[in-house]
Every structure is written in C-alpha cells, then in structure tokens.
Design a protein around this ligand. Structure first.
Ligand code: TYD
Length: 139
C-alpha cells in the first residue's frame, strides 16, 4: 500500500564507481542496481538560483534521484514525518518510493538532477495539491 509508505522507506543507495586515471564511471542497471525496471529517464538542469522543483507526490511511481553534477536538497514528507536529504555526489542515489511528497531546492549553480523512473509519464499518477496528498494518505 503506497499510502502507508513513510520517509523511512526512502533511502540513500550507494552506486557503483569504476575509477581510473581518465575519470570515473557509474553504472545503473534496472532491476539490478535499482529495484525496478527503468521506464523513463529525465533530468533537471539550468535551474535558476532560489528555485524549487517538485512540490508533488506520486501514487505508484518509484524514482531514483541522483545529483550527477552539483548539489541540491530534497525534502521528503509522508504527511507525518519529514526528512531532509542533501544530494551532492554522482555515485549516491536517493530512492523515493510512491506516496511521498517531495520538494527539491537549494540547487547549486550548474546542478543536474537525474531521475530514473519506474513508469512512463502519467499526469494521473500525480498528487499536485498538498491537501489532496494529505487526504490520500489518510484514506
Ligand atoms: P513536473 O514533474 O511537475 O516537474 P518537477 O517535479 O521537476 O518540478 O513536470 C514539469 C512539467 O513537465 C509538467 O508540465 C509535466 C512535464 N513532464 C512531462 O511531460 N513528462 C515527464 O516525464 C515529466 C517528468 C514532466
């Protein structure tokens, strides 16, 4: 039941890192390094200073969020508990399970926020109003 998910179900996952003198490579394979098949990838970039992204929850979507460049903060909220996570390394990912309100902010200059998602885009999966989210969690 995604309605019962809490911020404590959202964890930092260390990713692979193959290091050599010519630079590093991190590999993420669906169903191996992430516990879902990856159906969609998108990334946020050119985010103006002081902007906030997110501000919604999903009913079914699982996401893995990576700061592939720069840094930003993620506020997670399950309607009862809140958790703040700073992402600032390309070899660490934040797993966000369904049923969690999220806001992303404090983007550094040049930050890139990579998101791996378990489903294709579906506007019906969004809870875009906080009150709608709270009602959903209380059902
Ligand atoms: P949204 O998910 O609200 O962005 P964020 O959480 O980063 O602030 O999406 C912003 C806009 O982009 C919105 O109009 C929907 C559209 N969009 C798509 O068409 N497909 C997608 O896969 C995503 C993530 C967004």
């Amino acid at each position: 039941m995604t309605k019962r998910n809490t911020v404590y179900d959202c964890n930092i996952l260390p990713l692979s890192k193959i290091h050599n003198r010519a630079g590093n490579i991190t590999i993420i394979e669906g169903e191996k390094d992430v516990p879902f098949p990856i159906k969609r990838i998108y990334y946020l970039y050119d985010i103006p200073s002081g902007e906030t992204r997110g501000g919604h929850a999903h009913k079914e979507l699982y996401q893995l969020i990576v700061a592939t460049s720069g840094s930003f903060d993620v506020l997670l909220d399950d309607g009862k508990n809140k958790k703040m996570v700073t992402l600032n390394r390309p070899d660490y990912a934040l797993m966000v399970v369904p049923g969690i309100w999220r806001e992303l902010f404090e983007f550094s200059s040049g930050a890139i926020c990579l998101v791996l998602a378990s489903q294709k885009y579906d506007e019906n999966d969004y809870l875009r109003e906080y009150i709608q989210f709270k009602n959903y969690k209380q059902q």
